[in-house]
Design a protein. Structure first.
Length: 160
């Protein structure tokens, strides 16, 4: 069952790239005492994710943060090296925290996985965006299969 509004983000470890290499981050490190916009997508370097989803959050990062958001985070079932290369390719800079959920630990615990094994991709994340306040989900915009409408940066801006 997928996580619902009003529920707490489960404890899990994801990774992000630092100057010293991949480093773990716990979900409590990311969400405790903060207002976070977390968006997730099926994969780095994939068409919709690279052409629309991530670029929208990079473009609107300042507007989103001006509405009281401490962190904008992008989650994908990729490793930290891939997420770092994608961030550089997309000129993310420090606008979006790129989170690698390589083993889909957090994705599975939230019930937001997408099984694309039949298409050669394995288990990935569904496409969604959520607002999390002090670890509690206050908004979850989960896309229908193949859609890109409710999880965009523009949709999150309207919700904020």
């Amino acid at each position: 069952m997928a996580i619902q509004v009003g529920e707490r983000i489960p404890e899990a470890t994801v990774y992000h790239m630092t100057k010293d290499g991949p480093a773990p981050l716990s979900t409590s490190d990311i969400f405790k005492g903060k207002k976070v916009v977390l968006f997730a997508l099926p994969g780095a370097f994939t068409p919709t994710c690279s052409a629309k989803h991530l670029p929208g959050f990079v473009e609107h990062a300042d507007e989103i943060k001006a509405k009281g958001v401490d962190t904008i985070a992008c989650l994908s079932v990729n490793d930290a090296f891939v997420m770092d290369a994608w961030a550089k390719d997309q000129n993310v800079g420090d606008k979006v925290l790129m989170l690698a959920d390589g083993s889909a630990e957090l994705t599975r615990k939230m019930g937001l996985e997408l099984d694309l094994t039949a298409r050669g991709f394995g288990v990935r994340s569904d496409r969604y965006a959520m607002i999390v306040e002090d670890g509690v989900v206050t908004l979850l915009n989960r896309e229908a299969p193949g859609a890109f409408e409710v999880s965009s940066a523009e949709a999150i801006l309207k919700a904020l």
